[in-house]
Design a protein. Structure first.
Length: 381
């Protein structure tokens, strides 16, 4: 039934051990050189010049004034939420269509996620659903913060996530949140190289985060980054992620409860080599997406394209099938034919640890869950 689709993918993607992977990293530059240099220096852990260099390069590329490296994207998001002021007992608005790290980082803060509906065009948080929920269910407290009338809890932060690299309607989301005195922390884990007009994702909110996991646009093996334009927040982020160690020639002095979220120098060395190729990788990603789009147009299958006014990195390409039954059949046949395809994540609100959290019904989110499938998206230069 889908044989021509699987044949096309096999022709345009590189197979590994007889199967076509969903997404693999590309190593074709100075990765080995910088890794060996790092090893020769003996600074392979949390101290070394590559960490500073990688932070500078990411800040320059994204346009953020400050970038603080972390051990992974989840650690970056946890840190960003704490710096945005999330406290135990707060509510944090986010979307149900996201990787579990988004809601986990909220829970790490002792806060509770509130899952709102998605926008079908961007796959991200719907600004209309957000505004409707806030108008109907919240009030301003004497401290000027936004409070949920039903629970009495403060809504301190909103976390929109840019799904598969496609920018969400972040300008509208920030505008709504500003009117309710809610800070925005962008989960841009998947969207390095994605823009709304000429502005990089992750730079619209008070803070943003990136991920450099092995399956991302570029990788440090494992790694993340906090983005902010606020110098004071940046200093706190560096302090909080490096065990709050107070500088001293020999004393082990620490002045607050903090985290060992530091990116090792050897990981940053890999990132420095990878980011040198980022423009070429993004170009190949766009070429692959254009090829897929043209192919699926002739097969009456909807290829998910970047929203209007945005430029996506096309990290993971995705298609829409007609319903849950067709989605499941496609996934079964694809994987049986050695073509690794995956559904969109299970809705976070359906996971056992988040079933008691508030939702707004999530009609569009569930519609997407029943239809969206990721297809192989690796590129080579």
């Amino acid at each position: 039934m889908f044989d021509d689709i699987f044949s096309y993918i096999k022709e345009h993607q590189v197979a590994e051990e007889g199967a076509v992977p969903l997404h693999t990293p590309f190593f074709g530059g100075n990765e080995k050189k910088y890794q060996l240099d790092c090893i020769d220096s003996t600074y392979v852990s949390s101290v070394g010049r590559y960490v500073d260099t990688f932070e500078q390069k990411v800040a320059e590329f994204t346009g953020a004034k400050h970038a603080i490296a972390t051990v992974n994207g989840t650690a970056a998001l946890h840190t960003a939420l704490l710096l945005a002021g999330v406290l135990p007992g707060d509510e944090v608005i986010t979307q149900a269509v996201s990787f579990v790290a988004t809601s986990n980082a909220i829970a790490y803060c002792g806060a509770e996620p509130v899952f709102l509906d998605s926008d079908k065009a961007s796959l991200g948080l719907s600004p209309l659903a957000l505004e409707e929920f806030l108008i109907e269910n919240t009030e301003q407290g004497k401290d000027d913060f936004c409070y949920d009338r039903r629970t009495g809890k403060r809504i301190s932060v909103c976390v929109p996530m840019h799904v598969f690299g496609h920018p969400t309607a972040i300008e509208s989301i920030v505008a709504v949140c500003d009117s309710f005195n809610i800070r925005v922390v962008e989960d841009a884990a998947e969207s390095l190289g994605s823009y709304v007009r000429q502005r990089h994702t992750g730079t619209f909110g008070a803070l943003g985060i990136l991920s450099f996991n092995g399956n991302k646009i570029i990788t440090t093996g494992g790694g993340g980054m906090v983005l902010t334009d606020d110098a004071q927040i940046a200093r706190k982020a560096k302090h909080l992620t490096t065990t709050a160690k107070v500088p001293h020639d020999w004393e082990y002095a620490h002045d607050t409860l903090a985290f060992n979220y530091r990116m090792p120098n050897i990981n940053a060395a890999l990132g420095c080599a990878q980011i040198e190729k980022i423009s070429a990788i993004l170009l190949q990603k766009r070429k692959l997406a254009d090829q897929y789009r043209r192919f699926f147009e002739s097969h009456e299958v909807t290829f998910i394209s970047e929203p209007s006014g945005c430029r996506s990195n096309y990290w993971l390409n995705a298609i829409l099938l007609s319903d849950l039954e067709e989605r499941n059949l496609f996934l079964e046949l694809a994987n049986a034919n050695g073509v690794m395809c995956r559904p969109i994540w299970n809705l976070l609100s359906d996971l056992p640890m988040y079933k008691a959290c508030q939702t707004d019904g999530l009609d569009s989110a569930r519609w997407l869950w029943e239809r969206v499938v990721n297809i192989p998206s690796s590129v080579r230069l």
